[in-house]
Design a protein around this ligand. Structure first.
Ligand code: ADP
Ligand code: ZN
Ligand code: ZN
Length: 745
């Protein structure tokens, strides 16, 4: 038997160790070591025990055999990384710049095996007459517990162990004794920790309209020809994209393959999941961060064993280990939350397409407001464009009004409501309809400031203001620092110091004042901290327990409230005034999605966009509900300023504990780029201090690099990593890369 060697990635996230180490597989482990297994190995000069993943096996040593150490053991309680996920991890490492071990951790959202859960049932082993006899004996002997259990089991065919213990107060010893005496039987059954509610598989299915059918036909015809494309399903809000997804899924399931449906975490609600469950029954499972470790593990195992065919969830669901994956759907593909905010900063849409390519699965990206990237790819025919122009039900698109807040002020209106919005709200209230009022991100947290000198209370460790909490505490959302609200201004000692309420709180008060009879619900960061509060607020609103729902962008996501006829966007331009190249795109998306909440039922909808910039193209395009015109204008802006998707962009982010050192490093990196032979292909901006210059006492500097080709940037990243590796003395400074960021740093 020839020797066997394993290529191993050590589980230490450090650039210097980010390579393959070869180990010998001892004969007693031959059976157990496989590609993807997690093993323990001696590492470094001290031979400390370390963990690592086997990513390859061979019979040829790459260095002198006497220098190769042996694997100590296989960690059998750990999950094995499957072959194609190792390839996917390698792709993530190359594409986004991270160590292989960090990339492996991304493709393995479930790392450890979790012991399966047992459910025990008690049942009677003896005949009725015998049972009666025994009961009599127990009562005589005052075996009260035994008598109680026996009596209970005589009245019910089976009792769960927990019921016996909790409800009847029977101890383990009693149960054990009666089992031993063969009076009762204890049946053990493995159960899944399953978050899915019982499926009422009514298999509801509606007849697709012409547009929907056309989209599905294109997909199925390609699929039958084994052409596994990426599709962009561009459908206005309410056009029935979900029905199209389900039809496509059904086609894929018929071929014996499985499907993953990615949904942004925030729209993963009961409503959404229920639609899939009522069509596909218990073949559906979900994955999300609220599930327990055991629940998450069980869902992956069910997928692996082929017990479910559809996995719904946010980013991590993408790595569901289906054996014959045939389709990945990315719903609301424009959502920023598809991009990971920790290293490696991968984009789930891009990784989905890559996984699709690797396993020959189709990918469908869906949105009412596609990202500029995806729409461009569709224009370039990298993706197949499928379009739904009309709402599925007879409901027409709502009427959209733009109200200039400057004009309102001139007219002497100092309230938060333009005349038109106030009138529409009153009418809707009178007609017993519902209203949604939307205030976006910026009005989101409240801070404490001094009315005498204007100073704002800031975090001592971060360059941000502290957030006021109703408990009277001031907290930093970046580092967790907290303090009590001071009674006087720390700068000028003035007593006139106080908290400014959040935008949504103020809005709620304003609604109550203007419309005293209206019942108002508020949904924002403050009111949704508890586990189910998000669902509770929505369901209460949906049941008509309130007339007005006030909230942040949380409320604009895909919910269907047929009684909502008025949607008001209080200050549309709040998200425009940022230094972020995606701000117009985000504004357009928010306005379109928010407008899409109105008029979903039989009654026509009205949308009022209040703004200080009524002529901004993103607002005009949202008013006209004209995606195409927005896209053209946005693209020419990106072209002019060399932003993605025309140019590819990489952020070089420098984190340092000394301010000057960080800047010096950023300058140093810039010089390295400028001294490259092809430096003129790179367009550099900065270095400069990041928007938030300091977090947790770490200083933040950024250098932006743009290039026409993505490969130009990955090449640069590899080169700079090598250079940094040489300069060992800079250990205290960390350099990170982020490709095509979701916002500016
Ligand atoms: P989207 O995801 O594009 O916003 P949905 O799939 O949620 O749209 O559909 C909006 C509404 O229209 C839903 O209530 C859905 O049940 C309904 N609907 C979709 N397609 C049809 C159809 N072909 N016939 C009747 N109703 C439909
Ligand atoms: Zn002051
Ligand atoms: Zn802080």
């Amino acid at each position: 038997m020839c020797d066997l060697y394993a290529d191993i990635i050590i589980d230490i996230s450090h650039e210097a160790l980010d390579r393959i180490f070869q180990y010998q597989v001892p004969s007693f482990l031959r059976e157990k070591v496989c590609v993807g297994a997690r093993v323990t190995v001696p590492f470094g000069a001290g031979n400390h025990k370390r963990s690592g993943y086997v990513i390859g096996l061979s019979n040829t040593p790459s260095i002198a055999v006497n220098q190769i150490k042996e694997i100590c053991e296989v960690q059998e309680e750990q999950m094995v990384v499957e072959g194609h996920f190792i390839k996917l991890a390698a792709w993530i490492k190359q594409q986004y710049g991270s160590t292989m071990i960090d990339a492996l951790k991304v493709v393995m959202p479930i790392k450890e095996k979790v012991n399966s859960k047992e459910q025990k049932h008690l049942s009677l082993l003896v005949e009725d007459s015998k049972a009666k006899e025994l009961l009599f004996q127990y009562q005589q002997k005052k075996y009260t517990k035994k008598a109680k259990l026996l009596e209970a089991l005589m009245n019910t065919p089976s009792l769960s162990y927990e019921q016996a213990v909790k409800e009847l107060d029977i101890g383990k010893s009693t149960i054990d004794a009666m089992e031993k005496q063969q009076v009762i039987a204890v049946k053990r059954q493995e159960v899944y920790r399953t978050p899915i509610f019982e499926a009422d598989a009514s298999k509801t299915k509606c007849t697709l309209n012409e547009e929907q059918q056309k989209a599905v036909d294109r997909f199925t015809s390609d699929y039958s020809k084994k052409q596994y494309e990426t599709y962009l399903l561009h459908g206005v809000t309410g056009s029935g994209k979900t029905e199209v997804y389900m039809e496509m899924i059904e086609h894929v399931l018929k071929e014996g393959r499985q499907a993953i449906v990615l949904i942004p975490e925030i729209s993963l609600t009961y409503q959404t999941v229920k639609r899939f469950v009522s069509r596909f029954g218990n073949r559906v499972s979900i994955m999300n961060s609220k599930l327990s470790k055991g629940e998450r593990y069980d869902q992956f195992m069910r997928a692996k064993r082929g017990e479910v065919d559809i996995m719904i969830g946010p980013r991590s669901a993408l790595f569901t280990p289906f054996s014959n994956l045939g389709l990945i759907i990315v719903d609301e593909e424009h959502e920023g939350s598809y991009k990971s905010d920790s290293m490696p900063k991968y984009h789930a849409r891009e990784v989905a397409i890559q996984r699709g390519k690797m396993v020959k699965a189709s990918v469908v990206l869906g949105s009412a407001t596609p990202s500029i990237e995806s729409y461009t790819n569709a224009q370039l025919q990298n993706y197949v464009l499928l379009t739904l122009k009309n709402r599925a039900k007879e409901a027409v698109l709502p009427k959209v009004y733009v109200e200039d807040l400057r004009e309102e002020l001139k007219k002497g209106n100092r309230t938060m409501f333009s005349e038109r919005l106030r009138r529409l709200i009153s009418e809707a209230l009178e007609g017993g309809q519902q209203i949604m009022l939307f205030m976006n991100r910026r009005g989101y947290s409240s801070f404490v400031s001094c009315r005498s000198c204007g100073s704002v209370i800031k975090c001592p460790h971060c360059d941000v203001s502290l957030t006021y909490h109703q408990s009277g505490e001031l907290k930093c959302h970046y580092c967790g620092f907290s303090r009590r609200t001071p009674k006087t201004c720390p700068d000028c000692n003035s007593k006139f110091i106080g908290a400014f309420g959040t935008g949504t709180q103020k809005l709620e008060e304003a609604v109550k004042k203007e419309f005293p009879k209206a019942r108002v619900l508020r949904m924002d960061f403050d009111t949704t901290r508890k586990k189910h509060s998000y669902e509770e607020i929505l369901s209460s609103f949906s049941k008509g327990e309130a007339d007005v729902l006030v909230g942040t962008q949380m409320i604009v996501k895909g919910h269907d409230f047929p009684k909502v006829t008025v949607v008001g966007i209080m200050v549309a331009d709040m998200s425009l005034n940022t230094n972020d190249f995606r701000s117009s795109e985000r504004t357009f998306q928010l306005l379109t999605q928010a407008a899409g909440r109105a008029g979903r039922g039989e009654l026509a909808g009205n949308v009022v966009i209040q703004t200080y910039q009524p002529n901004h193209y993103s607002i005009l395009a949202a008013k006209a509900q004209d995606y195409e015109s927005f896209y053209q204008q946005e693209l020419s802006y990106r072209q002019l300023l060399r932003y993605p998707p025309i140019y590819q962009m990489m952020v070089i982010f420098v984190a340092s504990s000394e301010q000057e050192e960080g800047m010096k490093m950023a300058m140093n990196l810039k010089e390295k780029i400028l001294s490259l032979e092809n430096s003129k292909d790179y367009c550099l901006v900065g270095p400069s201090v990041a928007t938030i210059g300091r977090i947790k006492d770490i200083y933040r500097h950024v250098l932006y690099v743009k290039h026409l080709e993505y490969e130009g940037l990955t090449f640069l990243k590899d080169y700079l990593e090598l250079e940094l590796e040489k300069e060992k003395e800079n250990k205290k400074i960390k350099v990170y890369f982020d490709f095509n960021p979701m916002g500016m740093y």
